[in-house]
Ligand binder design. Structure first.
Ligand code: ADP
Ligand code: TYD
Length: 216
């Protein structure tokens, strides 16, 4: 794997979107494609991806929807991300591996930064202080929140604290992700998720080739 976008090391790709939009499905599919073409791939997710961050995941995703204030949540998600970055993402990129993560900082920008009052500047300051790194490419999967919500709740994972906020909340999130895609056209690609998984997968693979010159 060669360096891209001027950054040394491996490629860093994230998947974003509302709950149930198909991020896990598509990040798994892309990782499998890259692996089968001989690339060294690390597939991970947030919140989580490292032992400490997985512990924080339990704190933020289970229990009462009102368990944490928005500010505390920002600290917890950022703490989890810092651990994930230190222990897993940065070492893998330094070794030249391709890292694919199911969610990264855009999720905090949207979920914590734009849903309960305007906390975006707090999210951005903390990101600059503690994370300071963006993916080379971000796929934002866009889809109808009603369909996505039905898909997400169908899983019964017990980690439904955010899904429990309901459809109006998912609509707000969708618009947050659309705004992020518009504001960051160099990094973010908007993908229509209202299609069969195979069609979405093929489009993502084509973008990987076109934008990052990765063979998939
Ligand atoms: P996310 O990670 O964004 O929450 P998932 O990939 O877990 O989404 O998908 C949520 C549910 O929808 C899963 O049961 C998955 O199998 C299903 N699913 C994913 N992509 C599609 C698709 N394009 N069409 C129909 N169902 C899908
Ligand atoms: P995830 O397991 O990706 O859920 P889903 O598969 O339903 O999309 O993420 C769990 C929840 O955590 C999800 O509702 C989004 C939320 N979240 C935040 O609120 N802020 C964040 O920074 C991250 C990474 C996730």
């Amino acid at each position: 794997m060669t360096a891209h976008h001027g950054a040394p090391g491996g490629l860093f790709v994230s998947f974003e979107g509302i709950d149930g939009s198909g991020k896990s499905t598509q990040s798994r599919a892309l990782a499998a494609r890259l692996k089968s073409s001989g690339q060294d791939v690390v597939l991970t997710r947030e919140p989580g991806g490292s032992a400490g961050a997985e512990e924080i995941r339990q704190l933020v995703l289970t229990g009462d929807p009102g368990r944490w204030s928005a500010e505390t949540e920002i600290l917890l998600f950022t703490a989890a991300r810092r651990d994930h970055l230190e222990r897993l993402i940065s070492p893998a990129l330094a070794k030249g591996q391709t890292v694919i993560t199911d969610r990264f900082a855009d999720s905090t920008r949207v979920y914590q930064g734009a849903t309960r009052g305007d906390l975006r500047s707090l999210v951005d300051k903390l990101h600059d202080l503690m994370i300071g790194r963006e993916p080379d490419l971000t796929f934002i999967i866009d889809m109808d929140p009603a369909v996505a919500l039905a898909r997400g709740l169908g899983r019964g994972s017990g980690e439904d604290r955010f899904e429990d906020f309901g459809l109006g909340f998912q609509e707000t999130l969708r618009h947050g992700f659309l705004a992020l895609a518009k504001a960051n056209p160099d990094r973010c690609l908007l993908i229509d998720g209202n299609r069969e998984a195979e069609a979405v997968e093929a489009e993502i693979a084509a973008h990987m080739q076109a934008r990052l010159r990765v063979l998939v």
